[in-house]
Design a protein around this ligand. Structure first.
Ligand SMILES: Cc1cc2nc3c(=O)[nH]c(=O)nc-3n(C[C@H](O)[C@H](O)[C@H](O)COP(=O)(O)O)c2cc1C
Length: 181
């Protein structure tokens, strides 16, 4: 029996109708056959990171989150910028992975999308720093800013801007290349 490789995606926005979550939904169209792709929807259920509760028996939601990532072969994060940085809910989720190291050397792609023309560059930079500290493998073409996000996608999570579409395809292809090599 062949086991499919798994890509997990996490949105930094837990908002209903999030443009970042919509980008992650749009990516499903570019995932090749034989790769399982799913969006992890549970980061809002993680408690605030606290080393005191990260002992031998961390909370069940934390264990479940870590297990999901341990069983994945690659990660895609797509996030907005909040107050010129990474949304707290996403940063909190990443803090839970520092000691357990599920992302160590794992292929990762990072997208920041914003209605602003900056594309959320400050959050992007900050997220790359955090992922560097976690010793992830940011793949070639795996770092993408999507400025003016409202003009680039249809409401039904399809890409209408050709250049953005090509960048997303390149990002997926690089990630798949890394997990298959
Ligand atoms: C509290 C708050 C802070 C924000 N700060 C920024 C910011 O620093 N830079 C930026 O480009 N957009 C900022 N925005 C706008 C978000 O990029 C915008 O709401 C975006 O649509 C959120 O992503 P989502 O559609 O995936 O939820 C902020 C929005 C909120 C609610």
């Amino acid at each position: 029996m062949t086991t499919h490789k798994k890509i997990i995606a996490i949105s930094g926005s837990i908002r209903e109708g999030s443009s970042n979550t919509n980008i992650l939904k749009a990516l499903a169209a570019f995932i090749p056959e034989g790769i399982d792709y799913s969006i992890y929807n549970g980061i809002q259920d993680l408690p605030h990171f606290n080393p005191d509760i990260d002992g031998t028996e961390p909370p069940a939601v934390v264990e479940s989150f870590r297990k999901t990532l341990a069983e994945s072969h690659a990660l895609i994060i797509c996030t907005p910028e909040y107050a010129k940085s990474v949304p707290g809910v996403l940063k909190n989720a990443l803090e839970w992975l520092v000691s357990s190291a599920e992302l160590y050397k794992k292929p990762v792609a990072v997208i920041t999308a914003s209605p602003a023309i900056t594309g959320g560059d400050k959050a992007h930079e900050s997220l790359l720093l955090t992922l560097g500290m976690l010793d992830t493998n940011i793949v070639e073409n795996g770092s993408l800013l999507v400025p003016s996000v409202g003009t680039k996608f249809n409401d039904n999570a399809t890409v209408k801007d050709e250049s953005t579409k090509q960048s997303l395809i390149d990002l997926i292809n690089s990630l798949v290349y890394e997990i298959n090599k």
